[in-house]
Design a protein. Sequence first.
Lengths: 248, 199
Amino acid sequence: MTRLGVPALSLTGLLLLWIVAAALTADPQVLPQPFSLIGPWLAEIRSGALPYHLGHTLVRVLWAFGLAMTLGMVLGLLMGRFEGLNRWLDPWLVVFLNLPALVLIVLCYLWIGLNETAAIVAVTLNKVPNVTVTIREGARAFSRDLDAMARVYGMSGWARLRHVLLPQLAPFVAAAARGGVAVIWKIVLVVEFLGRSSGIGFQIHLYFQLFDVGMVLIYALSFIVVMLAVEWLLLQPWERRARRWRAA
Amino acid sequence: MIRVDIRAKSFGDTPVLGPVAFQIAPGETVAILGPSGIGKSTLLRIVAGLDTDYQGSVTRPDRLAMVFQEPTLLPWRSALKNLTLVHRGLSRNSARDMLARVGLADKETAFPGQLSLGQQRRLALARAFAGQPQFLIMDEPFVSLDPATADAMLALTERLIAEHRPATLFVTHDRAEADRLADRALDLAGRPATLSPTR
């Protein structure tokens, strides 16, 4: 009732709300009933279109997520540890934090071209500043006592990173990752909407022009299902494992 | 031989330590006595090489160990890993052996949070001696323990020092503790603090 029951019940509530809203709207052009989407959804899977576009979007999300987390963690760690570097890079961070996603996307397409590299670079650049800020907070909160311990006992740089620093950073990494995935896939859709010929965002663009609310919902919801699976099957189990020592 | 020759140490404009010089022979245990806030921990941090912002010089061996006021363990790693991760060359068997010698034989998979404060202190001692240190530094290792636990810890420390014979420097504000553990004791007093042979 706690770990699976509550989320299931809460999602059923959302579904009920949709059904009631669709019944009140009484116009499938505007808001179709959820069960009326099952047929087209299965047809879309069977034709291969949905898996194809979902796959493309997923690959872009994974690339951008991996790059943004790596760059953001390196930058955040360095900026949190070295105040001098932080003073130099902080203004840049503020600039990039406040640069609208759309501006970065358009500029990347203009400068790099309408290609995959531009798409992934645009998404990565949008996310790096947020990851950096979160990780920097974590790096600033490092325990000075453990630092002293690691130095006295001459722990190697790698051992220190893996066993002393990263465990302290784990809650911040989890927060950055959770916020990261959600934001990244939304930006990936915009990138696809504007300049790619594959992916969920491209399909949504297509069905937007055809005023097909049903298909827009099918594509969006399919990806949400994938993200829920990632959250429940990867992110939460990893977090539970990383937090084991606290519960003990 | 450990040589400490500090000429001065200050925090900003506030001088904390004046001339402080002493030597510790291999196997010798030296206690530094003084009231809290006099600069004992500052002196230890300089001797341990954690603070390099001072005038003077310190000669120390490579294999150091330090027991801090707090246990300062890795809370996210098991008791056994707290030994093997810190000491690269330490085998699991020697680590288990070390845990047994401080009375934590059945606790190797426990996280530090599952141990009592006394047990955490003993784990910190095990970590210090597991590396076969040439020089052991202890910063008030028996504070905030109840008298019985403190006495047991003191006895354990005495035994471990006798077995391993590292050069040992420890600070305390308790003269009885110093008399029991140390070959000689030095008083840290004044402002800025300097050393004088103990009464």
